[in-house]
Design a protein around this ligand. Structure first.
Ligand code: NAP
Length: 238
């Protein structure tokens, strides 16, 4: 049985991944920060182990890693999914906004990966899947800090794939387009219609579209894939 850690799995895309990986027979560790009730409910339904940790805080990540290491012996698949977004004009983004975006979307990924990578290197086996965004590829207006953090995720993925390839660890990245989660709750019906019109496959993505892609990248079918950015966006970015 593989041990799979999914960060930010109390809601949205991460939550769906808990169901997908659990159905697949994996032991899932469901990380969350604020949504404890939701996390407990998912854990109850799936048998996943829920663990609270703010991934931007090194002491909390360390405790999470120690708990998993001491009780379950390490992690085989890391899905770095936790993230925040914010819509703001560049001129309104303050230093606190900037730091929070990078602390969660980028530093969190660094801390979590570093905390678990030792076991993978020792075993010479592992999968790391990082969630970026189409805005990390194209840049999104009024989301400069979000776009920059998601572009950083792509650079992180490619560099780490080169470094960890000889240890038989595959590192890939998924770049979702517009997915139906709370992160997009600010969009009006009109905005959503316009986004559908701009998408070759004429719809908004579902959490399942992304979760199934991540499951594929974690599977044996993706053995020879590393350092890639796989877009799950209905063709929005071609
Ligand atoms: P969401 O519905 O807003 O859920 C975000 C998740 O991240 C929650 O489970 C939240 O947990 C967790 N989280 C936030 N800060 C955290 C922290 N400091 N430590 C641990 N967990 C934290 O977002 P989503 O739409 O599912 O997005 C998931 C990922 O996909 C993000 O990286 C996002 O940037 C990316 N993405 C989303 C879209 C989209 O259209 N939705 C498109 C492209 C990329 P708590 O509630 O427990 O704090």
């Amino acid at each position: 049985m593989r041990n799979v850690l999914i960060t930010g799995a109390s809601r949205g895309i991460g939550k769906e991944m808990v169901y997908e990986f659990s159905k697949n027979g994996d032991r899932v560790f469901l990380n969350y920060n604020k949504s404890g009730d939701e996390a407990d409910k998912i854990a109850e339904e799936t048998g996943a182990v829920s663990i609270k940790a703010d991934i931007s805080k090194s002491d909390e990540v360390k405790k999470m890693a120690e708990f998993i290491h001491n009780n379950y012996g390490g992690i085989d698949v890391i899905v770095n999914n936790a993230g925040i977004s914010q819509i703001k004009l560049f001129t309104d983004i303050n230093e606190n906004d900037w730091d929070m975006m990078f602390d969660i979307n980028m530093k969190g990924m660094f801390l979590v990966t570093k905390a678990f990578i030792g076991d993978m290197i020792n075993k010479k086996k592992g999968r790391i899947i990082n969630i970026s965004s189409m805005w990390g590829i194209t840049g999104g207006s009024c989301e400069v800090h979000y776009s920059a953090s998601k572009a950083a995720v792509i650079g992180f993925t490619k560099a780490l794939a080169k470094e960890l390839g000889p240890s038989n660890i595959n590192v890939n990245c998924v770049a979702p387009g517009v997915i139906d989660t709370e992160m997009n709750s600010h969009l009006s019906e009109e905005d959503l219609e316009q986004l559908k019109d701009e998408t070759p496959l004429c719809r908004i993505g579902s959490v399942s579209d992304v979760a199934k892609t991540v499951l594929f990248l974690a599977s044996d079918n993706a053995d020879f894939i590393t350092g890639q950015v796989l877009s799950v966006d209905g063709g929005m970015v071609i």
